[in-house]
Design a protein. Structure first.
Length: 388
C-alpha cells in the first residue's frame, strides 16, 4: 500500500539486485511462513523447515562469501532481507541472529577451518545459529560474566548459564561468551563455538521463556555443566579476544535492530492509514478528523527521518566506517521511534487496537524488547556520552 513520504524515497545504496532480492524475500515470508503464523505462535518456536527453505532460496548468509555457501553480497543484502521480514509482519524466524549476527562473527573472526566447517550449514539452513552473551545476573555488563571455560587437554570444559538467548530452543551452533581467565575482565573473555544440536553431555536447554511479545520466536535459557568443547572451536584461534570481537561486531548487531525498527514503523503507518480511511466516527472517516491527520503526519515524518538516518548508517557500515557511538545512536533513537510510532498508531485503532485480531496489537507487544536487547538503550546513551 503506497505511503506518500515513504514510497517516494529510495535508499541511496539500493541497486536493482536489491529489488529482486526484496521480491524473493517478500514472497517467501508472505506465502510460505505467514500462513502458519497462528500455529507458530502457539508452539512458541519456528519450524526448522522454514530455515531450510530460506536456505534453498538463498536468503541465508547473504553476506557470506560464495566459497562458504553464502550469497557473496554485503550487509545491504542482509538489510533488505531483514526489512522485508519485519515489514510483512513475520516475527518467528530468528534470521536477524542467525544470518545477521552469527554468520558475521564466523566470517570476521573464524579461522579458515572454522568457516569451512560451519558456514555452509548455516547458509543452507541445516544448522540454526545463536549467540549467548547475557547471563541471569549480568544483563548488559558483559565483563562481569561468570560462565567459565577451563582448559583440559585438547578441550575446554564450559560451566555456567546464559539467558534470553534468541534461537536458543532450536540452535545447533551457539557462539558462547566465556571467561577463559576469570582473574581478568575484558581481556579474560573468549568466544567458543559450541555444537549442541545433538544434546551433548554437559549441555541442557532450559524452558522457552514466556514473553509479552515475539511469541513465535524461541528465546531460551541455556545451561552448561562441564560441557566438553574442542579447543579448536575457540573463535579466532586464541584466548582473550572475545570482548574485542563482540565490541567490533555489536555495531552491526545494533544496526540489524535498527533495520527492524524502521520496517515496523513503516508498516504501522501503512496499516493505520488504510484503517482510518475505512473506519468512520461521527459521520465521517477517521482520516477526516484533524487529530487523525496530525498524528499520521507526525508518524510518517518520524518514519521518513528514521529511514534517512538508517540509510546513512548502512552506507557508513558498508564502507567500514560505522563507529560505536553512531551505531548506539541508531539503536536507541530508532527503537524509541518504533515504540512511539506504533503506540500512536494503535491509539487510532481505538479498542480494536488492543485486540490481537488486528496486527497493530502484536506489533505493539513485539516492539518493546527492541529497547532492551542488543544492549539497553540506557547503555547506548552511555556509549554516546563517552564519545563526547
Amino acid at each position: 500500500m503506497p505511503t506518500p513520504g515513504l514510497d517516494t524515497y529510495t535508499s541511496p545504496w539500493r541497486e536493482p539486485e536489491h529489488d529482486d532480492l526484496a521480491e524473493l524475500a517478500r514472497d517467501f515470508f508472505t506465502k510460505e511462513v505467514l500462513p502458519h503464523t497462528e500455529r507458530l505462535l502457539a508452539q512458541g518456536h519456528p519450524d526448522r523447515d522454514h530455515y531450510r527453505r530460506a536456505g534453498e532460496l538463498g536468503l541465508l548468509g547473504l553476506s557470506v562469501p560464495e566459497q562458504y555457501g553464502g550469497g557473496g553480497g554485503g550487509f545491504t543484502h542482509e538489510a533488505v532481507m531483514l526489512h522485508e521480514q519485519a515489514h510483512c509482519g513475520e516475527s518467528t524466524l530468528g534470521l536477524a541472529v542467525h544470518s545477521g549476527i552469527v554468520t558475521g562473527y564466523l566470517v570476521a573472526y573464524g579461522t579458515e577451518e572454522q568457516k569451512r566447517r560451519w558456514l555452509p550449514g548455516l547458509c543452507s539452513g541445516e544448522l540454526v545459529g545463536a549467540i549467548a552473551m547475557t547471563e541471569p545476573d549480568g544483563g548488559s555488563d558483559l565483563q562481569a560474566m561468570r560462565t567459565r571455560a577451563v582448559r583440559d587437554g585438547d578441550d575446554y570444559l564450559v560451566t555456567g548459564a546464559k539467558t534470553f538467548i534468541s534461537n536458543g530452543g532450536l540452535a545447533d551452533l551457539v557462539i558462547v561468551a566465556v571467561k577463559t581467565d576469570p582473574e581478568q575482565r575484558a581481556s579474560g573473555i573468549s568466544l567458543l563455538v559450541c555444537e549442541v544440536g545433538d544434546g551433548p553431555a554437559g549441555f541442557r536447554r532450559g524452558r522457552l521463556l514466556s514473553k509479552i511479545g515475539l511469541h513465535g520466536n524461541d528465546t531460551a535459557e541455556l545451561f552448561f555443566d562441564d560441557l566438553r568443547v574442542p579447543a579448536a572451536n575457540l573463535l579466532g584461534g586464541a584466548e582473550g579476544l572475545g570482548f574485542f570481537q563482540m565490541m567490533q561486531a555489536l555495531p552491526q548487531e545494533r544496526l540489524v535492530i535498527g533495520v527492524g525498527a524502521v520496517a515496523a514503523m513503516q508498516r504501522a503507518v501503512e496499516l493505520t492509514t488504510a484503517y482510518v480511511k475505512e473506519r468512520t466516527a461521527f459521520g465521517k472517516p477517521l482520516i477526516g478528523h484533524q487529530n487523525t491527520r496530525m498524528v499520521l503526519a507526525e508518524c510518517v515524518t518520524r518514519t521518513r527521518v528514521a529511514r534517512v538516518f538508517l540509510d546513512d548508517c548502512i552506507t557508513r557500515h558498508d564502507r567500514g566506517e560505522l563507529d560505536v557511538a553512531t551505531a548506539a545512536m541508531a539503536k536507541s533513537w530508532l527503537t524509541e521511534g518504533q515504540c512511539e510510532v506504533v503506540d500512536r498508531c494503535l491509539q487510532l485503532f481505538g479498542g480494536y487496537g488492543y485486540t490481537t485480531e488486528y496486527p497493530i496489537a502484536r506489533m505493539y507487544a513485539d516492539a518493546r524488547v527492541q529497547k532492551i536487547y542488543g544492549g539497553t538503550n540506557e547503555i547506548m546513551k552511555e556509549l554516546i556520552a563517552r564519545a563526547l
